[in-house]
Design a protein around this ligand. Sequence first.
Ligand SMILES: [Zn+2]
Length: 503
Amino acid sequence: MSDVVRKVIALSILIIGAGLLWAGRRSYDEAAAAKIEMDATIADAREHAASGDPRLKNAYSFERGGWVYIHLEGDPSSVGFQHGFLLAKEIADAFPAVSTGMMHSTKRDWAFFREVAREKLWPKLDTEYQQELQGIAEGLNARTGSSLDVYDIVALNSFEEVPDYYVPWIDKQQKRPNAPNLKSPGNCSAFVATGSWTKDGQIVIAHNNWTSYMNGERWRIIFDIQPTNGYRILMDGFPGVIASDDDFGINSDGLMVTETTITQFEGWDPNGKPEFMRARKALQYAGSIDDYTRIMLDGNNGGYANDWLLGDRKTGEIAQLELGLKAYKLWRTKDGVFAGSNWARDPKVLKADAPQFDSNNLASSPNARRIRWEELLNENRGRIDVPLAQQMLADHVDSFEKKTGANERTLCGHLENTAPGISIWGWGPYYPGGAVQGKAADSAMTKEMRFTARIGHPCGDNFQAKTFLAAHPEYAWQEPYLRDMNAGPWTVFRAGEASEAAK
Ligand SMILES: [Zn+2]
């Protein structure tokens, strides 16, 4: 038991004892009021005692532009503890929203996800990530007394791979009656460009995250991680999750990373390692496109299968790693562009891992956005820079209907106002989802460990939850968690920047 925990317990016993003596002489109502006051006092005492924990040394956070910036440093346990402690409020807010969504779509209870976390995922994690996840649970508990344990945190970390990849696989294996028709998600619009395509001949990378607004509104953390081992990381991310997960990040060896998911991917390897760990490990330890590919392939479990878009600012080379489970393909070039909008293109990957996907249906969201990327990138060849990338992420041209106006086919997606939904992802009519935030960087920014990010729709439009729910009672189950999603300004973040509070 740590000194801090001992101190909190001793202090709590004193306070409770004094409180009981005092409350015993008063009426029931007064005693109840006294208990509330005592609980608050104990919570304050706990937080105060925990804030002296040596593991918190050098960690800090501040808010800017609608984002929460968090600086973490040290060994895995300390990085985790800092994460859990500094983001306790955000984790406490995000956990019920995410877990409700996982249970709703899969028709499984939380005990199921905890068991998968404990029995299937935990044993496959490297020790350093087990320590970091344990640290998150401890930091969260130290700050708030939260009852969430490490398996709740592991289950939270798996929210992109267990519900839509493992569950359909296990439902099929077990021939589960009335199994929900789960579809792998379609997340994001992105590109990476280099050579004659960009203004300065170096790399430009950009990404907007497509997800439900319920989750997306909470995808507002900027992680600056300075680990004892591996490279320094600057990435966007989600409270309580060790990988960027949407994904966008850079590291101090010049690697630039993003992705879009493979639509209609099917498959899972129970012997593989969780995707969230491989993605985090690759950003932390890869100094080259080859390293990145090797780490992602090591224990590939098929979870959250993506087309990874990569850049190495040291060489100016970019790559696309189309990571299926049965097949994969790596393309690379020092003069070209790779775009992503949730479509696989290698014939072997398509056949083996996404057999249902129809590349020829140009009305579908992934294909319509593929065509729009081709138009936009070709029109702007030789001029692409970060300001232009920001505009592209906000693009509202529907290449299929040949008209302008945000919908399910535009690079900046807005589904809530359009009837069709995206059935190949399981997104129904008027689904409250779309592009929830954007990020962009170039080689020069990466050298300085900086990128720019905008919270909310990259176009700047806002989403109003109350108005939406009144019009669409079919989404009433989201009501406790669905909030307004207001866009912030494009905001630059840099690794190691001083706390705003200190300025
Ligand atoms: Zn938009």
